[in-house]
Design a binder for this molecule. Sequence first.
Ligand code: CP
Ligand code: NVA
Length: 294
Amino acid sequence: MNLISIKDLTKQQMKEIYNLVPKYTTRELLPELKNKYIGLIFEKPSTRTRISFEVGILQLGGFPIELSGNQLQVSRGESIKDTANMLNCYLDGLILRVNKHETILEFAKYSKIPVINALSDKEHPCQVLSDIYTIMQFKKVSLEEINKIKFVYIGDANNVCMSWIYICEILDMTSYFIIPKKYQPNEKFKNNIVITDDITMLKDADVVYTDVWISMGQEKERAKRIKRFKPYQVNSKLLSLAKPNCIVMHCLPANRGVEITDDVLDGKNSVVIQQAENRLYVQKALLVYIFSKY
Ligand code: CP
Ligand code: NVA
C-alpha cells in the first residue's frame, strides 16, 4: 500500500488510522516497526516532515535511513527504475519529498515496498491527513461529524491546498477555497468544494487555513506573487470575519508578515504548534497502518 495522493485513502481507512493515533502519542519505544529499514529521500528542505518521520520510525523500533542530496547515484544519472529495484532489496519502505510528483510515481512503479509522499509539487497528503486529526481534536468532532465544520482555506492553490481539496471531497466537508482567480485550479471538483476569490466567504469559518504564497521552487515568482496575493493575507481584520472561536492553521514554515501576520500566527486562535506536533503521532499511526497491510 502506498500513500502518494491523499486520494489513495478512503474515509474508512482514515478512520482506522485516526483510531490508532492515541496509542502512538507517547515516546515509549514500541516494536511495531522492528527490523524495518525505511529510506527517506528528500530533494527539498524539511523540518517537520523529515524529523517527525525519523523520530516516529525510531519510536516504533524501525531504522530510518536518510538518502538525501548527492548520496544516491540518481544524482549522477542512474535511472529511478534501477534505483527502485535496488532499494527493494535493502529497504522495507520509502518516504520521498520530491521536486516533481512524477518522480514519486516512477519510484512507486518499480517499488515492491510501500512508498509515501512527503510532499511533491502536486500534493502533501501526510500534512492534510494529520490536519484533519487536529481539527477533530480542537473542534471536538468525530470524523462522521467533520462535515459540520466550516473549513476555509485562503491563499495559493499549491500542493497543500490540492490535498485539502481532495480530502474535503473524500470526507464530504463543505469547504471554501479563497484563491485569486488567476491562480485557481482548473479541475472540476465535487459540489461540496467552493472555489472563489471572495474573501467574505470567511464569514463564520470554524477553521481558517493558509499556507505560503511562494512554495519551494517558486522563488523567482516572489515579487509577483506577493503583490497579487496581498489582499489574501490572514491578519486580524480578515480573521474578524470568522467565528470568534475559530482555529487558525498553517502547515508551516510560515513567511511571517506575508501570508499571515505575527499577531495571528501567535494569537489565541492559532493551533499551529499542536498542528505540527500531531504530524508525529498521525504519521506513526499511518506507518503502523501501512505496514499492517503490507
Ligand atoms: N509542513 C511541513 O511539511 O513542514 P516541513 O517542510 O518543515 O517538513
Ligand atoms: N506549499 C509549501 C509547503 C511546505 C510544507 C511548499 O511546497 O513549499
